[in-house]
Design a protein. Structure first.
Length: 167
């Protein structure tokens, strides 16, 4: 007696299940729109690192040779922090962060600004360490580790490399 239903083999069931799985995963990927990751914390830390590097380099230009070497090392470390933060922002968002251009080199009367002091660098490093530690606690994964490392580096720079300089 002929049947109205065609016979279904195990192979056809497996092929159909695989096709449905592929179709389901591609349609889910096409339909989902994830928001771009929030990198505002990393951008703020990037600006601080750039500012601290500039401040330390400026202070090194007017300091005695021993202190100038320590300040130059701090400037180099903060520049490396800025590069690492920039790389992470680029990796996360797919595009490099904007560069800041807000630098004032003259006083309101038009004269050149005096070079920053080592005390100003110590104060800036203390604030950067506090901010990076706070931000690290709010992050997860690599950004948390990066910010934790930056906090530790800033703390070490202010307490070891610039030992004796008060804020």
């Amino acid at each position: 007696m002929p049947t109205a239903l065609p016979s279904v083999s195990r192979r056809r069931v497996l092929i159909g299940a695989a096709a449905l799985a592929v179709l389901g995963s591609t349609s889910a990927a096409c339909g989902s729109r994830s928001e771009p990751p929030d990198v505002s914390t990393l951008v703020a830390q990037l600006e601080r690192a750039r500012s601290d590097a500039s401040l330390a380099a400026g202070a090194a230009s007017a300091a005695d040779p021993t202190l100038a070497a320590a300040l130059s090392a701090v400037a180099t470390e903060r520049t490396a922090h800025a590069e690492a933060l920039s790389d992470e922002i680029t990796r996360t968002t797919g595009s490099p962060p904007a560069t800041s251009t807000s630098t004032t080199t003259t006083t309101p009367t038009g004269g050149p600004l005096p070079p920053p002091t080592a005390s100003a660098v110590v104060a800036a490093l203390a604030q950067s360490a506090t901010d990076a530690a706070r931000d690290a606690a709010a992050q997860s994964g690599y950004p948390a580790g990066l910010l934790g490392s930056i906090a530790a580096s800033c703390t070490a720079a202010q307490t070891v490399a610039l030992e004796g300089v008060t804020a």
